[in-house]
Design a binder for this molecule. Structure first.
Ligand code: UTP
Length: 622
């Protein structure tokens, strides 16, 4: 799908009679097409003759030989500059890696400027309002092509419930959030607003068909199917040695082994798809990139988009406060004596040595705030469309790559297993001119970031005080955020209890969950909550847009469903047996994997469910 390269014209006279080809390939030239021969010449010129060493006489395995070239064509077309560029880039990066070259040599790090927001204050609410207005000129891009090896879940991560109280799946939550933003934005902007916010999902061979099935079997979770665009990233060729010899698949000698290239592919895919031009013509201004399992993200989106708009940021990286040396990249300004400068994510294991090498003998340390001055990158980006398009026109969407071979020993001459080039979405600013306006927006971690990345076993091993980033903590973080938001809006929410699930100590707050259409900003919550008291053992689920909490005391489970035009006022006491959280053992195979990986399940002992299925004004008095 990306702009491919044409194969270099290699048909010089010495090469025309097949002398260029090693014996086994030469014998097979008679069965190959003109295009296949050109590809073969390119491979031979790039020292890839080993790929043909095992080829038998023509007539044997011919279909597989053509299959080999089909794959080479795909690899050639899906990499900016083609396979030739891939091999040459690999050779150069492998040489740098062998020489131990630091990509940041000569750069001086400093703290960039950005916005630090305080949840719920006037500035925050003003920015949320600006963000909501801008939302109808935005497109969302979800990168969801990853293998999720660390989580080890058998399905795709987007199909996991973000929390088990309402059972809302990650993809469903994202779509419902975008739809809620769309509604809110169109109401504010009127007339000039596009009606449908596009959602692009980048998939890969590992996730594509299951993502499509998830959408189709759930009627796109309420989105119009034309609003959702799936772009599939291709894998890249594996490299067997420092000379960038392409690795053959151990299970199929007519196939080059491939592995994922990383989420940085999203830029080249967007560029080659033509979508950016389309969006530009539609009058869109922003592109928001996000990841597959962060159930909190949309609480941070309106204000962050507001920052992009008010600060005119071409690039806005969402960030959270970061303790020095915490295992999360730091957003850093890097300046070189030759004039190069960039604001970029620097991985934590590179930041400390870089600081030490450039006049900061203590390296990465906390300042008087108790945090590192370099904010923690959470890899959610907001780009302004027009400068983004200008930049991609220059680069064709290619993103700075890196290689991370696992060497057999200190001679660095051979690898434990094949490697490949990789690229990261957040490295986009690396090629920007110094005039580009690149900033960040820092939000509280409890509000903005709780990804589900680690399996229970690994999560339990995370040292105390560091985030587990598991299904257990991802879910508990949603209840905590909702409880804290209600508190900030004036609600009396009982303190959490500490519990241990799957070996991880977590705060268990009341299980408060709401659909994005109930509230997409803090102002929405404030407008809808006058007074409430909620006990720690309670569950409170709000599934309608116009539910107003006037004066409610809840000690148990209350679920409220209401249609668009029903206005519901909640008053009085609700007390019942409620929904209990019961710990489960993740090794208990009789349970669903979604349950096991969080280490608890919800036992519904008693609840009050209120349903308002008709338009009108309703008042509940418990
Ligand atoms: P992660 O760093 O969490 O990687 O990706 P992952 O592949 O999902 O999980 P591990 O590392 O194997 O455990 C961050 C985001 O980038 C997407 C993921 O789907 C996730 O949303 N991603 C990652 C891609 O879209 N493509 C890739 O090649 C890699």
């Amino acid at each position: 799908m990306m702009a491919g390269s044409t194969v270099e014209n290699l048909s010089n006279p010495e090469m025309s009679d097949g002398d260029w080809a090693p014996t086994n390939l030469r014998k097979n030239l008679c069965i190959l097409s003109r295009n296949e021969i050109d590809l073969a010449k390119m491979l031979i010129k790039e020292k890839q003759g080993h790929l043909f060493e095992h080829w038998p006489e023509p007539g044997i395995d011919d279909a597989a030989k053509h299959g080999f070239f089909n794959q080479v064509t795909l690899l050639n077309n899906s990499y900016p500059g083609g396979l030739l560029s891939y091999i040459r880039n690999a050779r150069s990066l492998l040489a740098d890696s062998k020489a131990g070259k630091n990509p940041y040599d000569g750069f001086i790090p400093s703290v960039p400027s950005g916005e630090v927001l305080s949840f719920g204050d006037e500035n925050f609410m003003m920015l949320e309002e600006v963000g909501v207005k801008e939302a109808c000129r935005a497109a969302f891009v979800l990168v969801a092509g990853g293998l999720g090896e660390r989580l080890g879940y058998n399905g795709i991560k987007l199909a996991l419930p973000s929390e088990s109280t309402s059972g809302t799946l990650f993809l469903q939550h994202y779509i419902e959030s975008i739809l809620a933003l769309q509604d809110a934005s169109c109401k504010l902007v009127e007339g000039s607003c596009q009606r449908q916010i596009p959602l692009v999902i980048m998939t890969s061979d590992d996730t594509h068909s299951r993502t499509l099935k998830l959408l189709e079997s759930n009627a796109y979770f309420g989105m119009s199917s034309s609003q959702v665009i799936l772009l599939k990233q291709e894998k890249v060729a594996c490299l067997a040695d420092n000379d960038a010899s392409l690795a053959l698949d151990p299970n199929d000698k007519y196939k080059i082994q491939t592995k994922p290239h990383g989420h940085g592919d999203v830029h080249a895919l967007l560029y080659s798809s033509g979508l950016l031009n389309e969006w530009c013509k539609l009058g869109l201004k922003w592109v928001l990139f996000f990841q597959d399992t962060n159930g909190l993200l949309f609480k941070a989106i309106p204000a962050s988009l507001g920052v992009s708009a008010t600060k005119s940021y071409h690039v806005n990286s969402l960030a959270v406060p970061r303790k020095a040396k915490e295992a999360i990249g730091g957003i850093t300004r890097l300046s070189h004596a030759d004039g190069r400068t960039m604001v970029i994510n620097v991985e934590y294991n590179q930041l400390d040595p870089l600081l030490r090498a450039t006049g900061h003998p203590d390296g990465d340390v906390n300042d008087e705030t108790g945090y590192s001055p370099f904010p923690g990158n959470i890899n959610q980006l907001i780009l302004e469309l027009s400068p983004y398009m200008d930049e991609l026109q220059k680069t064709n969407g290619a993103i700075a790559e890196f290689v991370n071979p696992k060497y057999k020993d200190s001679t660095k001459t051979s690898f434990k297993s094949s490697t490949r080039l990789e690229c990261m979405m957040q490295d986009y600013p690396k090629t920007l001119p110094p005039t580009a306006s690149v900033g960040f927006t820092v939000m509280d971690t409890w509000l903005a970031y709780a990804p589900v990345k680690n399996n229970p076993k690994d999560a339990a091993k995370v040292p105390k005080g560091n985030p587990h980033h598991s299904a257990t903590t991802g879910e508990m973080a949603i209840y905590r955020a909702n409880s804290l938001i209600l508190r900030k809006a004036g609600g009396h929410i009982e303190d959490p209890k500490l519990e241990v699930y799957n070996g991880q100590e977590v705060e268990v707050w009341p299980r408060v969950a709401w659909k994005p259409k109930w509230a997409i900003t803090f102002a929405d919550v404030k407008r809808k909550v006058r007074s409430c008291r909620i006990s720690q053992r309670s569950t409170f689920v709000l599934k309608g847009p116009n539910i107003f909490i006037e004066d409610l005391f809840l000690d148990g489970a209350l679920i409220v469903n209401s249609v668009e035009d029903a206005e519901v006022k909640l008053n009085g006491h609700v007390k019942n047996e409620g929904w209990e959280i019961r710990a489960v053992d993740y090794k208990d195979c009789s349970l669903a994997e979604e349950v096991r990986i969080r280490g608890f399940q919800i036992e519904k002992k008693g609840q009050l469910e209120l349903n308002y299925n008709e338009p009108g004004n309703f008042s509940f008095n418990g």
